[in-house]
Design a protein around this ligand. Structure first.
Ligand code: HEM
Ligand SMILES: [Ca+2]
Length: 299
């Protein structure tokens, strides 16, 4: 927790003061930063920030799984502020985790104290790896639990980390599969949806729309507030993604969803320990990796 005590004691202040005006002027930036953490944390090494420089070294952002990932540049901007005060001391990976922590705290979620000392990747990023490790929008409970228990989370923590979907929005593109299933699939009753909500989603996201990669729906009714509305909404059959809806009916997760829907403190508590596990997964430390000077370039 005190990794930068000597080398950059002002780090956490720089990150929170740097982000404060951004959160105020653009309420979509907090959700973007929280999702960015998840998508980087197949290694938490800031590899998602690296841009493509050679045609044969495509960046992770080339992967379709990273569709909708935004605000990577904010980490670069924070890094510039940090470099001014403490040159080549602080990793982009740590700044990314601190930014995600601020995203949660600034949305009235828990303030999570995070251990630091991550290092940045020095190897060229691999979009194939991102492609194979990140879950598709169609992911269900099985795959979700496989991913998060694989990172050392309990089932309760896995359900809690999905509570991240209390923030932000989802592009229509990612729910067309739920709204317009082939004949017969619905009949199996895999995932129930409130018919009025389904009608609303179909109206917002028409089947043949050419702009379903631009149009979007809110993840819950309070998309700028980190609260337990996500679980309440999912229980009412108004979960947006397959995973949001499936957690309500799967016997492994149903009771936990119900519990978090009525007890926000317990959700916050489990979310905080889950966040620590997610943000420590596969980290580089010690003399592994590097401290990049610029987050988007490996030199
Ligand atoms: C099985 C696990 C997960 C799946 C399948 C999943 C899937 C998705 C999808 C498809 C979207 C919509 C993206 C878009 O259309 O722009 C989304 C949004 C989001 N996800 Fe997840 N997600 C998962 C886990 C997580 C985790 C662990 C976190 C955070 C720690 C997270 C945070 C978010 C946030 C904050 C958004 C809203 C982003 C925005 O508004 O820009 N998700 N997720
Ligand atoms: Ca919310």
């Amino acid at each position: 927790y005190n990794f930068y005590e000597e080398s950059c004691p002002q780090l956490e202040d720089i990150v929170s003061t740097g982000l404060h005006p951004i959160f105020l002027s653009d309420p979509t930036s907090a959700p973007a930063l929280l999702r960015l953490l998840f998508h980087d944390c197949q290694g938490c090494d800031a590899s998602i920030l690296v841009d493509t420089v050679k045609a044969n070294r495509l960046s992770e952002m080339t992967s379709a799984k990273n569709f909708g990932i935004r605000k990577r540049d904010l980490i670069g901007n924070l890094k510039t502020l940090v470099e001014d005060e403490c040159p080549v001391q602080v990793s982009c990976a740590d700044i990314l985790v601190l930014a995600a922590r601020e995203a949660v705290a600034s949305s009235w979620g828990p303030l999570i104290k995070v251990p630091l000392g991550r290092r940045d990747s020095s190897a060229a990023p691999s979009y194939q790896l991102a492609d194979s490790l990140l879950p598709p929008a169609t992911t269900g409970v099985d795959e979700m639990l496989r991913i998060f228990t694989g990172k050392g989370m309990t089932v309760e923590e896995s359900v809690a980390i999905m509570g991240s979907h209390t923030l932000g929005s989802t592009h229509c593109l990612n729910i067309l599969n739920r709204l317009y299933k082939p004949e017969g699939v619905e009949a199996q009753g895999i995932v129930l949806m409130d018919p009025r909500f389904e009608a609303f989603l179909r109206l917002t996201c028409p089947k043949w729309s050419l702009i379903s990669n631009i149009t979007s729906v809110l993840n819950d009714v309070t998309p700028t507030v980190f609260d337990n509305h996500y679980y309440m909404k999912a229980m009412g059959g108004r979960g947006v993604l397959t995973i949001d809806a499936e957690m309500v009916i799967d016997p492994r997760t149903a009771q936990i969803v119900e519990h978090f829907a009525t007890n926000q403190d317990d959700f916050f508590h489990a979310f905080s320990t889950a966040f620590l596990k997610l943000s420590s997964s596969g980290v580089l430390t010690g003399d592994q990796g590097v401290i990049r000077r610029k987050c988007n370039v490996i030199d």
